[in-house]
Design a binder for this molecule. Structure first.
Ligand code: FAD
Ligand code: NAD
Length: 474
């Protein structure tokens, strides 16, 4: 029986990062993962690399270029007549990127001497794990022993009885990353992050996209002002977002899907060629044997952990999507690092107050910290500064003048409480705000920092100046 200091279950961004960090710290470590690529080969990287962050961003970038060339370049004096689309090539490019990056993780495991055990893991007790090899690695079951176990089994798409995924006409996010042609009419249930990102991809490529969202408000987690502006821009791009639309049923023949929903105008029907169900994700503990060995789950079936990701069994930790907190790759990875360091005897902490969010629509939506509505609800006195990209020289040069940067800081101390961006490359710009908040910086700190000209980051600088009512360019 193989014995390790640490066995990590799951090789998504939580698990593989935890395994590499454990190895760096001198611990013997194995990582068990049951993911199979479409060819049946075991691959590393989990949801994020195989069917999540990376493939969705590959298609977002490809579709962005397509629309840009088709729609925006003429304004720059660049004529590109006869632009055409090869969806298969686009999908193959995405698949190649996924293959390159997942193989990259295998290389990192080799370099760091992390033992990769392809297979399904089942906890036998607090020290032993049964591994059932899968796919092309299939073989006899075996057992490994660990002093510490890190569970990083991630999440899977949620289902709703009103719209069962058949992986033909009704698909989840994984199916929506692999369409072989552009559906003429595309329906999406859920105007969350996945609905907006994948809706943007197929809308840009020419589909007529209708999104049915049960809630009356758009993108509830975001700052209301930013969400309102984003909603306007996305609608203008052609996304038909129906808020307050409760899906009651769904039927399909071989060609099309009919979705029935209760909307603002009563009972309605939507007929589409493909339907994406994107109503959230749930923790993945299927077949893991978690409750059988006495691990406590919370009321929403997440593995219950304390502030340092320790479960109710002292030598078992859990990280990433399978535990509380935002389902984000960078949150999973940072928890992985913190747990590895804790196991190695270091004191590690994770700052949950400063986790950035990005929605990769265009313009992108990114934020960190508190929204204005959260500050109001908590009765926290704040100051606010905002700067529109329409007043940014660089945004004009790029032809990307939609959106704004908004900064919120404490009324007394000026410490930054939240930064909200709707704009070009917001995913990159938010990094400066995250760093400032991690260092407990003030709006004045950013206001006093020299920003290169002309850059989009100057909008952040101006928003910081705006907190003290001294923006220069508006
Ligand atoms: P996962 O990545 O889900 O990995 C879990 C791994 O555990 C899987 O490989 C699984 O096979 C394995 N596993 C599960 N059970 C067992 C078992 N019993 N035995 C062996 N192995 C097991 N997040 C972002 O931050 N940015 C983005 O842009 C982004 N885009 C996304 C786009 C889409 C379409 C989707 C679906 C998600 C996206 N996410 C994004 C979310 C992100 O993918 C997750 O937050 C992240 O993957 C969670 O990492 P994890 O390590 O916790 O779990
Ligand atoms: P989500 O929670 O972001 O959005 C789901 C949406 O579906 C919500 O707005 C919800 O109100 C709506 N909904 C739920 N049930 C419904 C119903 N019956 N009818 C109509 N609408 C319904 O979930 P998601 O978009 O599926 O994404 C899952 C998770 O994956 C996200 O929470 C996020 O953490 C992660 N993710 C992150 C990124 C990113 O960071 N850019 C991208 C994609 C996914």
């Amino acid at each position: 029986m193989k014995e390790f200091d640490v066995v990590v279950i799951g090789a998504g961004p939580g698990g593989y990062v935890a395994a590499i960090r454990c190895a760096q710290l001198g611990l013997s470590v194995a990582c068990i993962d049951g993911w199979l690529n479409p060819e049946g080969n075991p691959v590393l990287g989990g949801t994020c690399l195989n069917v999540g962050c990376i493939p969705s961003k590959a298609l977002l970038d490809s579709s962005h270029y397509y629309l840009h060339v088709k729609q925006d370049l003429a304004e720059h004096g660049i004529n590109a007549p006869g632009v055409s689309l090869d969806v298969n090539k686009m999908i193959n490019r995405k698949n190649k990127i996924v293959a390159t990056l997942t193989q990259g993780i295998a290389g990192l495991f080799k370099k760091n001497k992390v033992e990769w055990l392809p297979g399904k893991a089942r906890l036998i007790n607090d020290k032993q794990i049964e591994v059932t090899p899968v796919g092309t690695a299939a073989g006899e079951k075996y057992t490994v022993t660990a002093r510490h176990i890190i569970i990083a089994t991630g999440s899977v798409p949620m289902n709703i009885p009103a719209a069962r995924v058949d992986n033909a006409l009704v698909v989840d996010s994984t199916g929506a990353l692999a369409f072989t042609d552009v559906p003429t009419r595309l329906g999406i249930i859920g105007a969350g992050v996945i609905g907006l990102e994948l809706g943007s991809v197929w809308n840009r490529l020419g589909a007529k996209v209708t999104i049915l969202e049960a809630l009356d408000d758009f993108l509830v987690a975001a700052d209301r002002q930013i969400a309102g502006e984003a909603e306007k821009i996305l609608r203008k791009q052609g996304l038909d977002i129906k808020l307050g639309a409760r899906v009651t049923g769904c039927g399909s023949n071989n060609r099309e899907v009919t979705v029935t929903f209760e909307g603002k105008e009563g009972k309605q029907q939507l007929v589409v060629d493909k339907l994406i169900v994107a109503v959230g994700r749930k923790p993945n503990t299927e077949g893991l044997g978690a409750t059988e060995i006495g691990l406590t789950l919370d009321e929403r079936s997440f593995i219950k952990v304390n502030a340092v990701c320790q479960t109710n069994i002292a030598n078992i930790y859990a990280i990433g999507d399978v535990v509380r907190g935002p389902m984000l790759a960078h949150k999973a990875s940072e928890e992985g690092v913190a747990v590895a360091e804790r196991i190695a005897g270091k004191s590690a902490h994770m700052n949950y107050a400063v986790i950035p969010w990005v929605v990769y629509t265009w313009p992108e939506i990114a934020w960190v910290g508190k929204t204005e509505q959260e500050l109001k609800q908590a009765n926290i006195a704040y100051k606010s500064g905002a700067f529109p990209f329409a007043a940014s020289g660089r945004a004009h040069a790029m032809g990307e003048t939609g959106g704004l940067v908004k900064m919120l800081s404490d009324a007394k101390t000026d410490r930054i409480l939240g930064v909200h961006i709707l704009g070009p490359a917001a995913s990159e710009l938010i990094g400066e705000a995250v760093l400032a908040m991690e260092f407990e910086g003030s709006a004045e700190d950013i206001a006093r920092t020299i920003h290169a000209h002309p850059t989009l980051a100057e909008a952040l600088h101006e928003a910081a100046l705006g907190v003290d009512k001294r923006t220069i360019h508006i």
